[in-house]
Design a protein around this ligand. Structure first.
Ligand code: UD1
Length: 368
């Protein structure tokens, strides 16, 4: 008698999901007799440089289903994803839905799967900033509450889930899947021509990324931050690959737009390999991203995080990350410390070893 294959749907939507899904789908495809995986892309991110470029560079084939939901307010975007996903799940009835990280697509897929009584797995579970003003924190809490399999990337996730009363048998400490992509692609990224394209020498520039609504949506806040970063750029050139959300904010403010020049260089968003090359050769990174705090920790590049908190505390307690908030004098102080040769050195947290996707698939093969 033929044994039916387990139908697993991976739901992705925005840039930080793609490097988490790529190693998992590759690993799932090694078990064609037992598992039939499908990739559903909600279309939350749709620009070539935020989406298709990542699929191509990470070696993923075209998504099996593309929903094309696009941008909108949180309620509109989440609702559109839910409406579309419900049709897909009802038609094809997966045995398991896998979601990643903390974006609106993650939340929408979790709610739809749970209401259809489909088993739900969350990759990057248990992270908490304890700051409900971040939309991602709401997405994390709801997704974890609904998940049947919770795959944890760092030790804080274990204690957070335990404190929330999640039964231990649902929780699996598997490590950081985004580091799988980094490990697999670091060598390839050395072929990127980004440094020569930008006429940069290794270690002689810093990198900036900024896209959190709290930092960029309000022009006064954005100006205060960028003005202080422009001052740091007098000491070392800073390269700023700019997220579309931030670009919109910059275009609205003449004051901010005037701060860019050859020292503080505004460039288009980069693909995965160019960005990996750029950050891995940099002197330090200034960011408000979650994933970049983790990548710099793995690479042991000093990271100055322009937020008041982090949901990834191991990057601070173990890694090379320093949380400085958005106070200009603290940011300038942190940058000066790195430039004076007193950068924080870190180690790599437990199970950030490039084998997380294998550990997840072993668990999924046992899961009934
Ligand atoms: C989303 C995630 C955030 C993640 C970030 C990574 C949520 C709540 N937020 O934020 O956690 O860190 O992605 O990039 O899910 N836009 C484009 N082209 C695109 C996509 C967006 O121009 O392909 C512009 C639109 O103006 C849009 C804005 O960016 O309104 C914001 O996009 P959205 O997906 O809502 O949130 P992000 O800020 O990208």
């Amino acid at each position: 008698m033929a044994i039916s294959k387990k139908k697993i749907f991976l739901v992705v939507g925005a840039r930080p999901n793609f490097m988490k899904a790529a190693p998992l789908i590759a690993e799932l495809k090694k078990h064609p007799d037992q598992i039939a995986p499908q990739m559903i892309h909600t279309g939350q991110h749709y620009d070539y440089k935020l989406s298709k470029l990542f699929f191509d560079e990470l070696g993923m084939s075209k998504p099996d289903v593309y929903l094309g939901v696009g941008s909108g307010s949180h309620a509109k975007q989440t609702a559109r994803i839910m409406i579309e996903l419900e049709q897909v799940f009802l038609k094809d009835r997966p045995d398991l839905v896998v979601v990643f990280g903390d974006i609106n697509s993650t939340l929408a897929a979790s709610v739809v799967a749970a209401k259809l009584c489909i088993r739900l797995a969350h990759v990057e579970s248990g992270l908490r900033s304890f700051d409900n003003s971040m939309p991602e924190e709401i997405n994390r809490i709801v997704t974890d509450r609904l998940s049947d399999l919770l795959f944890v990337s760092e030790e804080s996730g274990l204690s957070n889930l335990e404190n929330e009363g999640v039964p231990a048998e649902k929780i699996h400490f598997v490590g950081n899947i985004m580091i799988d992509s980094l490990v697999h692609n670091l060598e390839t990224s050395r072929k990127s021509s980004i440094l020569s394209d930008l006429e940069l020498e290794p270690n002689e520039y810093a990198v900036l990324t900024l896209h959190r609504p709290a930092n960029v949506d309000e022009s006064d806040q954005l100006f205060e931050l960028m003005e202080c970063i422009a001052e740091i750029a007098h000491s070392i050139p800073i390269i700023f690959p700019c997220h579309p959300r931030t670009k919109v904010a910059i275009e609205k403010s003449d004051l901010v737009a005037k701060l860019f020049n050859r020292e503080l260089r505004l460039i288009e968003p980069l693909g995965y390999l160019d960005f990996l090359r750029l950050q891995s050769q940099s002197h330090f990174v200034l960011t408000d991203s979650g994933g970049i705090q983790e990548e710099t920790t793995y690479l042991n590049i000093p990271c100055i995080t322009l937020r008041h908190n982090t949901e990834r505390p191991s990057t601070v307690t173990v890694g090379s990350n320093t949380i400085v908030g958005v106070n200009p004098s603290l940011i300038k102080g942190a940058a000066a410390k790195v430039l004076d040769g007193h950068a924080k050195k870190g180690k790599v947290p437990a199970l950030w070893d490039g084998k997380t996707s294998q550990r997840i698939v072993e668990i999924l093969l046992q899961d009934t």
